[in-house]
Design a protein around this ligand. Structure first.
Ligand code: AMP
Ligand code: ZN
Length: 134
């Protein structure tokens, strides 16, 4: 994709702080560094996001995530990691080339805060499961 910033990083047209590269994927530091070592893993082949990927494209990307995540965790000395992935604007996607965020965690005040609201009383889970099941 001509106007895609991550395609340009993959092609070496825009600089990045690479931490891993192979035939299929590139991993580089996210410029925001939410926590130290915050890394993005991207497939070299352009896709918009996970919702637009084929099974093969997803396998190719996600197969590489565990090893890269372990290396980031071990080499930063982090004690845990959030692995996040945003799809579409409403979900916080700002760059429309599939990417996986590896966010090393150090302590509760390290820069990332995720809260899951418990709304179980508001919804009929059986009905929802029935609606979604395929
Ligand atoms: P998302 O909001 O999930 O689409 O994440 C996009 C991420 O790309 C953001 O965290 C940005 O900080 C990051 N980003 C955008 N441009 C660059 C760049 N040139 N190099 C590294 N990270 C970038
Ligand atoms: Zn792209």
């Amino acid at each position: 994709m001509n106007d895609c910033i991550f395609c340009k990083i993959v092609a070496g047209e825009i600089p990045s702080y690479k931490v891993y590269e192979d035939y299929d994927v590139l991993a580089f530091l996210d410029i925001t560094q939410t926590t130290p070592g915050h890394t993005l893993v991207v497939p070299k082949e352009h896709s918009k996001n996970v919702l637009a990927m084929t099974e093969e494209q997803a396998k190719t990307l996600f197969a590489k995530v565990p090893a890269i995540a372990r290396a980031v965790k071990e080499k930063t000395g982090a004690t845990g990691m959030n692995i996040l992935q945003n799809n579409e604007e409403i979900a916080g996607q700002t760059v429309f080339h599939t990417h996986v965020h590896l966010i090393p965690r150090y302590d509760t005040a390290d820069g990332l805060k995720i809260e899951f609201t418990n709304n179980m009383d508001k919804f009929d889970l059986a009905e929802l499961a029935e609606k979604i099941r395929f």
